[in-house]
Design a protein around this ligand. Structure first.
Ligand code: UTP
Length: 227
């Protein structure tokens, strides 16, 4: 059986400019390439599309659950955009559950999904999905090029951490989901899930497609390796 790899593709990576089609095409080409050797599962984030709905919905009085549902819909919309670029290589509908994703993975080389349930982020979804399908490798493609000792945007002495243990990651990101901030390179809930299942996590700059490819294939990459 092919080994499976899960990619948490941040919304900030997928939705960058109003015209993102060139980038999404390049990303798709790379994913199709690696899908001849690996079963590829992608979880897309909501990025600024999610933020638009969440900010405006909150201002209009929506409760947190309703905001999460709007967030989930945007992640699924982003999944559909990536599926469009992947064409027949990917499962046509974003699965709504982990079980649906596992079934889709039996029939397709690439499966793309968004969020699943209120109260979590797509990082956590990618960790639960890796657990469900038995993937040993998870890659977080994000807007920073790895985990840092402090927020590099605020602290000029912050240093990139090339390798760390699951325990060190949990210590870095904390355990409070509401404590999520810019220094949270991977969601606290997701960090617990990968620690429990000993799933390797690579944190990479998602805009560097060549480097992202290396991380997905299990080759050397630049970023942070958590194991
Ligand atoms: P994201 O996981 O994309 O959150 O989901 P994010 O922190 O904005 O990450 P980036 O910017 O994409 O990297 C967007 C929102 O959708 C809801 C949450 O409200 C989240 O903030 N969501 C997502 C859920 O409630 N459940 C899910 O399973 C996924």
């Amino acid at each position: 059986m092919m080994d499976a790899v899960v990619l948490s593709l941040g919304g900030s990576i997928l939705v960058r400019d109003p015209d993102s089609s060139d980038f999404i095409r390049k990303m798709s080409k790379m994913l199709i390439e690696i899908s001849s050797k690996h079963k590829v599962y992608v979880v897309t984030g909501g990025g600024r599309i999610a933020r638009f709905y969440i900010n405006n919905g909150r201002a209009l009085g929506a409760d947190e659950r309703a905001l999460d549902i709007m967030g989930i819909e945007t992640t699924r919309l982003n999944a559909r955009l990536l599926i469009t670029a992947l064409g027949a290589h990917a499962s046509p509908e974003p699965p709504r559950t982990y079980d649906e994703a596992a079934v889709a993975g039996m029939e397709h080389r690439i499966v793309v999904m968004g969020g699943v349930s209120p109260g979590i982020t797509t990082d956590a979804v990618s960790a639960y999905l890796a657990e469900r399908i038995g993937a040993k490798r998870l890659v977080n493609a994000t807007s920073v090029d790895g985990a840092y000792t402090a927020d590099p945007k605020k602290d000029s002495s912050a240093k990139k951490i090339p390798r760390m243990t699951h325990e060190a990651l949990i210590k870095l990101v904390g355990t409070d989901p509401l404590g999520a901030g810019p220094n949270v390179v991977f969601d606290p809930a997701g960090s617990q899930v990968i620690a429990k299942n000993k799933i390797q996590l690579a944190i990479v700059d998602g805009t560097d497609i060549g480097n992202l490819k290396n991380a997905l294939c299990g080759s050397d990459f630049s970023g942070t390796l958590v194991e």
